[in-house]
Design a protein around this ligand. Sequence first.
Ligand code: HPA
Length: 268
Amino acid sequence: MTNARQLADEAAAQLGDRLGKGFEAAVVLGTGWDDAVAELGDTEAQISTTDLAGFPASRVEGHGGTAAAVVAGDRRVLVFRGRVHLYEGNSAAAVTHGMRTAAAAGCGVAVLTNAAGGLRAHYRVGGPVLISDHVNLTGESPVAGTEWGTDRFVNLVDAYSPRLRALAADVDPEVPEGVYAGLRGPHFETPAEIEMLRLLGADLVGMSTVLEAIAARHCGLEVLGVSLVTNLAAGMTDEGPSHTEVLEAGAASGARVGRLLRGVIDRL
Ligand code: HPA
């Protein structure tokens, strides 16, 4: 059994020393979401997550690997730029340590953002989609072998908070909802796999978020998930997805999705 709580408490204490205390929400900025932070609020201070206990180095282009204190109106938000992925060879415990640290730092809400492939032709590339539910296809659970002090049989009904989704819809009523399929990656899917995911009820596909959402619920955090559709999924276009396309779509949409996040934080 890993004592996840001890490690999270240690990281949260270091966060408190370096960034101050009193965070209400944590925001994880996914691939291509970096520009959203300017719309979210003013960055007071930031540190490298590798200065905190338990965080491995992140090596993917487009992932900063920082934790920042951002002031959004009268709220303080803990913003993780960049995240830890399974596909970098990290454990489920490492992938979800940020969520556990956010809970230990006093956050009540986790906003998980990501880049995703869209499985629905009507999704606008460069547009956000609220995650209504997920299909975890990573084969991992961040709760297995992890002690936290709450029930390990985590209830995942309404894992993506209907209350927070309603707040987001209030900010931007045009934003659709969808079911996110989380795979290990880092390879993109084959067209046959996308066809399978569609049969399974998925609307979005990506390589993150599902383990963090499970861990966040395990720690009692309320979760909002927002995907930025950076491309249509494999088999839906002639070329297929590329990481460059994913980064470009993120950069082009940063301001709009940043305003969505700020609107949600203002309404908490
Ligand atoms: N598949 C998986 N992950 C992704 C995709 C995709 O098409 N786009 C962005 N992240």
